[in-house]
Unconditional design. Structure first.
Length: 244
């Protein structure tokens, strides 16, 4: 009975309450504040469920928890998968002004929101409209649905071509040495670890990864990083890897 009640509560919360909250947010100006970050969410790629999660501090809660625990304010930051900029703005307000902060976001339809939220929160991170890939060139990107589900997908009937970028290229372009790496790239984290592992180990004292287990096995990736000297902290599907 408890499980049934919990299921009904969840359906009502996200099918009814989230819908009403989403409408109210747009009517009142299209902005929400989540964990101190002011966000413009007036974009048809942002669902009512996501708006509800933002206003109830549920959005990216696993990543936020690990960032609060482990963020190092005196390092440069590379973020692959900026989305609407919630974590980008949080990190941008925490790191020192002298540090470089590069945010890579492939979805062109969400870039105006990312840029708007950067300005709303007084941040100056650089935005690159590229998709991460270990291979230079162009990738087939599915940006047809809600932004949080957009990803490289050659099988989608509605795709666009996005120029790819490697982690090594970002390092060379911005002359980075030691930096923090944040990953939310919808399954391509497995390619990054497999193909640019030596670069990660050489340059990254902190890595925060949201793993998407529908695209690969998490434990071999965790073990690989752990065997290279990283300590592992898990919070749901998000992992922090730290080393001295």
């Amino acid at each position: 009975m408890k499980n049934i009640i919990a299921t009904i509560r969840g359906v009502l919360e996200y099918q009814v309450l989230a819908h009403l909250v989403g409408i109210w947010i747009i009517i009142t100006g299209g902005k929400v504040k989540s964990r101190g970050i002011l966000l413009n969410v007036k974009n048809n790629r942002i669902t009512n469920s996501l708006k509800y999660d933002l206003i109830s501090d549920k959005f990216e809660e696993n990543e936020f928890y690990l960032l609060e625990k482990h963020l190092l304010s005196n390092f440069d930051v590379v973020e692959l998968g900026g989305g609407l900029g919630f974590l980008s703005c949080y990190v941008g307000q925490k790191i020192k002004p002298k540090n470089k902060h590069i945010v890579v976001e492939p979805n062109p339809f969400i870039l105006p929101i990312l840029n708007s939220n950067r300005m709303l929160n007084g941040c100056d991170f650089e935005i690159l409209n590229h998709a991460y890939s270990p291979t230079p060139g162009f990738v087939t990107f599915d940006a047809s649905g809600p932004f949080e589900s957009s990803r490289i997908n050659v099988n989608s009937p509605d795709t666009i071509q996005i120029e790819s970028i490697t982690l090594g290229h970002i390092i060379d372009q911005y002359k980075l040495d030691q930096f923090l790496l944040l990953l939310d790239i919808e399954g391509d984290e497995f390619d990054l670890i497999q193909h640019e592992f030596d670069i990660i180990v050489r340059h990254c004292p902190l890595i925060i990864i949201e793993f998407h287990d529908e695209f690969g096995l998490i434990q071999p990736m965790v073990s690989k990083l752990e065997s290279s000297g990283y300590s592992v902290f898990e919070n749901g599907d998000v992992y922090a890897f730290t080393r001295d």
